[in-house]
Design a binder for this molecule. Structure first.
Ligand code: MRU
Length: 358
């Protein structure tokens, strides 16, 4: 069993610290909105859908802990605090769209609920708001869980019986509140005999593939062998690889997809070897405000994460490095995008829009 990614108890959020996996199972107590934002920034919690769920709970923590006012609190004061809280959450990481959609959804629900309240808010008004936002946060989480199941159902339609696949980063239960996106397809696929073997790629520099995906595969007793990122081409050439499955952090409206740095290289390699390259992601990962991947903001993380593994330097400490945390795979390299609403293939704006009404 994969441990709970978060526990919400007594108005505090306990976040599974994914930086410690596989060594330890440790929960970080995030009882303020700032701590929730920091847990996202520092990658205790990661993976696009789970970041969205955490942001929704972070927004809730922000209102739950509003100090009981000595004098009556005004609606405009509460709105000012909520806006500031949203901005803090949204500044945690730039690329994963669910962080923004979940925060904006919580914020717009709060604002529309406050519309019907008087200018001076009573304690009961604040309590009502808290209850309402708690319900909304758990609704977001419920939707994440159910969409992972549906993505797996659609994903299985594309796989051949007994497939061997390559996957990248961590897109499993640890990246969502449910069974995962790409790794969800793989775990369900294994149960149904569609997947027989997996090559997870280690995913430098943060090693989500080595630390997290291989741990999930072990726990689920799925046969696999871990590969270094630079082995993928050779594995594709020398083994029979039936598909590459990855997740997504943000998809432009033309299908260009931002995902963990290294996904783009895998897509090029898959094209060269005639292997289908599948992106598995909730439909809400599509950013309608941008027309192509050129407009996706790519997070640039601390270069020290490239020259250090855990606490150990693997290069001379003065070495300069780059750390773009994501890259963008052009839609023409993607065979299909698998969402909870259905499969988008060929990947084009027209086909993405078609699914909108489902
Ligand atoms: O930096 P991370 O670990 O948050 O990056 C995660 C990924 O890129 C995943 O592949 C992506 O979020 C899809 S997860 C379901």
């Amino acid at each position: 069993m994969i441990p709970e990614r978060f526990i919400y108890r007594d108005e505090s959020l306990y976040i599974l610290d994914q930086r410690k996996i596989p060594d330890k199972i440790v929960y970080f107590k995030a009882d303020t909105l700032d701590k929730v934002s920091k847990s996202i920034k520092d990658m205790m919690v990661r993976g696009a859908p789970l970041i969205g769920d955490t942001a929704a709970l972070g927004y809730l923590i922000g209102i739950v802990h509003i100090k009981k006012p000595k004098k009556k609190i005004t609606k405009s004061e509460i709105i000012r605090i909520l806006k500031k809280n949203s901005d803090i959450l949204k500044s945690s990481r730039p690329t994963a769209l669910p962080l923004f959609t979940a925060t904006d959804r919580m914020h717009s629900r709060a604002i529309s609920m406050l519309e019907n309240k008087p200018d001076i808010l009573s304690e009961k008004d604040i309590d009502d708001l808290k209850k309402y936002l708690k319900k909304e946060a758990f609704e977001i989480i419920k939707e994440d869980i159910s969409s992972t199941q549906k993505m797996a159902e659609y994903g299985l339609r594309l796989l051949k019986l007994g497939s061997t696949v390559i996957t990248y980063c961590n897109t499993g239960a640890l990246a969502t509140a449910g069974i995962g996106t790409a790794l969800g397809v793989i775990t369900e696929g294994y149960k149904k005999g569609m997947i027989k073997f997996v090559y997870p790629s280690e995913t430098r520099p943060y090693l989500q593939g080595a630390r997290l995906t291989s741990w999930e595969l072990l726990k689920n007793k799925i046969p696999f062998k871990l590969i270094c990122d630079n082995m993928a081409a050779w594995i594709m050439k020398t083994e029979k690889i039936d598909a590459v499955l990855v997740g997504a952090d943000r998809i432009a409206s033309n299908g260009d997809t931002a995902n963990k740095i290294g996904s783009y290289s895998l897509a090029i390699l898959a094209k060269h070897h005639n292997i289908p390259f599948y992106v598995v992601a909730p439909y809400e990962t599509i950013d309608w405000s941008i027309s192509s991947g050129n407009d996706i903001k790519i997070e640039e993380r601390d270069p020290v994460e490239v020259i250090k593994i855990k606490d150990k330097f693997i290069a001379y400490p003065d070495v300069k490095a780059r750390h773009p945390a994501f890259d963008v795979t052009p839609s023409k390299l993607i065979t299909a995008i698998i969402t909870e609403k259905g499969i988008i293939s060929p990947v084009s704006k027209k086909n993405i829009i078609k699914l909108n009404s489902f």
